[in-house]
Design a protein around this ligand. Sequence first.
Ligand SMILES: [Zn+2]
Length: 329
Amino acid sequence: MQTAKVDLHLHLDGSLPLPWAFERALRKGILPPNTTREAFCDKMRFGSGKSAQEVMEMFDLPIALMQTREELHDTIYLLIERLAKSGLIYAEIRAASQHHTKGGLSQTQVLEALCDGRRDALRDFPSIRIGIINCLMHKLPDASANYKENLETIEATRAMLGNGVVALDLAGFENSGPFTDYAPFFEKARACNIPYTIHAGEMGEGVHVREAIAMGAHRIGHGINCVQDPAWLQEVVDTQIPLEVCVTSNLFLGLTYETHPIRTLLAAGANVTINTDNMTFSETDLANEHRQLRAIGVTEEQLTQCTRNAIRAAFLPEDEKQELLRATI
Ligand SMILES: [Zn+2]
């Protein structure tokens, strides 16, 4: 049986360890002192029946817990420890540096703290490799809302590229204004030689996938709504752009494992990878994703192919990809 080994789409803020987060929330006075562990856990899980807007607002709590160098260091350290102990050989962890400056850190200092935590974790858990992806953010009402912060995100990413930071992303509320308004940010990223993935066709229309490809994305975060139009799906298949599919995470969109489009994507020949997105909010891990997919008929061969797709799509040098590919045989 194939062991789940590579996760390319994993948000730090949606994957905090609950005991650490609960203790830290009480200590920082973010929650009333009489808050029970159960009430706290409820705030840290998507559950069902929430709107996309409500889901986005859930991230405010974990983000509030990560505003100092120590908090950023410790959260990424603990996540890498968990991933290494569960047998992953590679993961790319996402954070948005512009969300962690309320304690006075610059965006570059935020990335420095995350890279320090990564370095310490890799020293203690050398069986895993880790890349950090920094996220540009969609904010309401449109791309003008945090224009300056997004420019700083690109600058901080450029400054820390090669020190543990491997790429850029665009995350947040996908329907905040015209999607292509973000194209200038990616022109700038290309000018700085920063590779990037883009969340597209998750909670927004499938046409965003086509637009993200046109903006030069190396991969697509989710991309599942490309199945809304045969032409969009065909473009995904023809270009073989890697899709970072996160099935359990998508359940808040009203999908079930049975109705999720992953089997359509696999049958069409899309370049699918399997990922967790938010381990804590979605109460999942990569082994669970594979288990759920087996239960709806995805074969071992397909799962292995998805792992190999993920390694080929990783923001890693070619020689390291070859090493990881050999480890999956
Ligand atoms: Zn995501």
